[in-house]
Design a binder for this molecule. Structure first.
Ligand code: AKB
Length: 315
């Protein structure tokens, strides 16, 4: 396939670009800043808030599938709501319009547990009233509705997943679930971490290889099998102190303490603690492969390698 990604320089793109190239697709990776290491993709600069630029790149590259990853995450979005609105809301609109105008076949949307608000059942099913508490959640809920609209009104085959907090060998970037990733990164580089989330915090999380596989499997699923546009997907929902124990098993001697940050803790407490992903399982055979401990065993060497590589690059 001819694939174009937005926000390809972010956490998901870091793993998805390589997976798409390895699967034999032609990949155009776009972001505000093109990456030096191309991973076999062509890189182009793209600001998704610029409608003319979005139109021009879609007209020029003529992708058949677009993976729309560009977004400002929950914690950053509360600090810069206007920017979150521009990137997440206007950016999604710009992409959908360009896809419609230039006849793109398929649009893959990355939604999130942040579309949910407080007071929902655990595990939380796909179809419940959505009352998100963050600009990120508001714009992603709206993006889901836009996907449904463009599918029903214009036949643009929009599909997406509601991602749990994703964990990978990357440096954290503005999400409220970053406490989980920091336990690995700071646990390894500093021997400990003061978590901005309480020890009993519990939200849905997922290891990135499962997240990337979910996008690839959903993108490839025959449309008649899909009963909706956007699906919950789930993996595991440990308490923060259970993550700490899992990291400590693989990195002995680390010290994790807890000093909740009101902004991010408030956001985390507004999300469901677990997701019901039955519809994704039934419709396209979704199954997460990694448990918390299996993730830890795979991730710790990768985080060490990332930190070594960055230390090597440091002046
Ligand atoms: C965030 O914390 O904002 C993201 C998410 C759950 O979508 N990781």
């Amino acid at each position: 396939m001819n694939i174009l990604l937005t926000g390809a320089g972010g956490q998901i793109g870091a793993d998805l670009v390589g997976a798409l190239v390895a699967a034999g697709h032609r990949v155009v990776a776009t972001d505000l800043r093109p990456q030096a290491a191309g991973q076999g993709a062509t890189w182009r600069t793209l600001d998704v808030t610029d409608a003319a630029a979005v139109d021009a790149v879609i007209a020029d590259e003529r992708p058949d599938t677009v993976f729309h990853l560009a977004a400002i995450l929950s914690a950053s979005g509360e600090r810069t709501p206007a920017q979150a609105y521009a990137v997440n809301q206007t950016g999604t609109w710009n992409l959908l319009e360009a896809c419609r105008i230039h006849g793109v076949t398929r649009f893959i949307f990355t939604s999130t547990i942040a579309v949910y608000g407080p007071g929902l059942p655990d595990p939380c099913p796909d179809d419940v009233p959505l009352h998100p508490t963050t600009m990120y959640g508001v714009t992603k809920a709206s993006g889901e509705l836009l996907c449904e609209y463009y599918w029903k009104k214009h036949g643009l085959d929009c599909r997406g997943v509601r991602f749990p907090g994703l964990i990978s060998a990357a440096l954290p970037g503005g999400g409220s679930t970053d406490y989980a990733l920091f336990m690995y990164v700071d646990g390894i580089r500093h021997g400990g971490y003061e978590s901005f989330a309480r020890a009993d915090t519990r939200v849905p999380l997922m290891y990135m290889p499962d997240g990337v596989r979910a996008l690839l499997e959903l993108a490839a699923a025959p449309r008649p099998q899909l009963s909706r546009c956007v699906y919950n997907i789930a993996a595991f929902s440990p308490r923060a102190d259970q993550i700490a124990a899992s990291v400590a098993r693989a990195v002995p001697g680390i010290r994790i303490t807890y000093a909740p940050d009101p902004l991010r803790q408030g956001i985390l407490d507004s999300w469901p603690r677990a997701l019901d992903d039955r519809l994704a399982r039934d419709d396209w055979g979704w199954r997460a492969a990694y448990s918390l401990d299996a993730m830890t065993d795979d991730l710790v060497p990768k985080v060490r390698a990332l930190l070594d590589q960055r230390a090597g690059l440091a002046p």
